[in-house]
Design a protein around this ligand. Structure first.
Ligand SMILES: Nc1ncnc2c1ncn2[C@@H]1O[C@H](COP(=O)(O)OP(=O)(O)OP(=O)(O)O)[C@@H](O)[C@H]1O
Ligand SMILES: [Mg+2]
Length: 365
């Protein structure tokens, strides 16, 4: 068997999965560090489940290799991979007791009866449902059933915990509670975890590392802050929410700031992501939350800041924040999100939008 030096805990190397003409995962390289909670984030059909199923041994790769702790596992059968799995619809056995559901993986591994009892009880305590062993799944709520699925996955002390959209069947409040619980439990157990979701908030809030995928390929991987603040391309910036895009041409290069010209001929200072030359066409991305509104007649110019002037064409109150759409003279509309406290503005008001060049990131278009 192939043995690696200095292995990542889980490593996909040139992994590929084809279904006839459909390439679900395209020669992907990915490393999962030991003890980390890594999320695979991407739109429907980008290959998240397929990648997880290949790691679990439920699908055979059509190319590439998978390593766990440096050992190639392509040919290792499912039950010898020592992985805990949780899926969207809990998949508990409806006619078995909770005890038997949680004990399933242990019985399968021929663990002695006395040990099974202790381990199941401990797992139920860990998911904060002690004493429900005699009930059936139908006697528990959705959130409780998902915790049982979690207990069943961790009771075998897996090398890797795999979770495929485990919270999507739960309502929003419960989701948030469960998100926190999974996050805490993972940190407590220190088990290497791969969590699949297409919900960006879920991914950003709980991960050590986020892997953004599209069409079977990794678009960017990094900490939640890195992928959010330094999105590598248009897709990532857009998928992670509330981004404004403006097309621009590079006018002047300074050290770490560029001056670019916008379609309406105004200029703007930006922070480049990568190398640009004078005359290059590019795209500025600005997060809606990074811009501040002010009344035009109170505008006092500040050096090194970008200002856009426009009119509020739409406003919606979102609880803690207000979402504005500001139309610029060139008809481009900017989406701005500001805290309620500093938001007296109404539809029709003439405003300026202020943004630091640091938050205007120039991407290759
Ligand atoms: N058994 C299969 N046969 C044929 N095509 C498949 C099969 N399983 C997946 N695919 C295709 O592979 C691609 C990736 O599917 P996958 O289920 O991995 O996506 P996903 O990212 O998990 O999406 P979702 O967020 O909707 O669950 C899709 O185009 C899908 O239609
Ligand atoms: Mg899926």
């Amino acid at each position: 068997m192939t043995q690696e030096k200095n292995p990542a805990f889980v490593r996909f190397q040139g992994i590929e999965k084809r279904y006839g003409k459909v390439v679900a995962v395209k020669k992907m390289d990915l490393e999962i560090p030991e003890g980390a909670l890594v999320t695979l984030l991407g739109p429907s059909g980008c290959g998240k489940t397929t990648l997880l199923r290949m790691l679990a041994g439920l699908e055979t790769p059509t190319g590439g290799d998978i390593f766990i702790k440096g050992k190639r596992i392509n040919d290792t059968p499912i039950h010898k991979r020592n992985l805990g799995m949780i899926f969207q619809n809990y998949a508990l056995f409806p006619h078995k007791s909770i005890f038997d559901n949680v004990a399933f993986g242990l019985k399968y591994r021929a663990v002695p009866k006395s040990e099974i009892k202790d381990k199941v009880e401990k797992a139920l305590e860990t998911v904060r449902l002690p004493g429900v062993g005699n009930r059936n799944p139908s006697q528990l709520s959705g959130g409780q059933q998902q915790r049982i699925a979690l207990a069943r996955a961790i009771v075998i002390e897996p090398d890797v915990l795999l979770m495929d959209e485990p919270l999507s069947a739960l309502d929003e409040n419960l989701r948030e509670d469960m998100r926190r619980e999974i996050d805490n439990l993972q940190a407590e157990l220190g088990v290497t975890t791969i969590f699949v979701t297409h919900d960006q908030r879920e991914a950003l809030s709980m991960s050590d590392k986020v892997v953004v995928m599209k069409d079977g390929l990794v678009q960017q991987e990094g900490t939640p802050e890195e992928v959010y603040n330094n999105s590598a391309n248009h897709f990532v910036a857009d998928f992670l929410g509330h981004s404004n895009f403006l097309s621009a041409v590079v006018e002047e290069k300074h050290n770490d700031v560029l001056k670019v010209r916008l379609d309406d001929k105004s200029s703007c200072l930006v922070s480049p992501v990568g190398n640009f030359e004078k005359g290059d066409k590019a795209e500025i991305v600005i997060r809606a939350q990074k811009m501040k509104l002010g009344y035009q007649d109170e505008h006092s110019p500040e050096e090194d800041m970008n200002f856009f002037h426009g009119t509020i064409v739409d406003r919606s109150y979102m609880g803690g924040e207000v979402s504005y759409f500001v139309e610029l003279p060139g008809k481009q509309v900017l989406h701005v999100i500001n805290f309620v406290k500093r938001s007296p503005y109404r539809r029709g008001d003439d405003v300026y939008v202020k943004v630091d060049p640091f938050h205007c990131r120039l991407l290759q278009s």
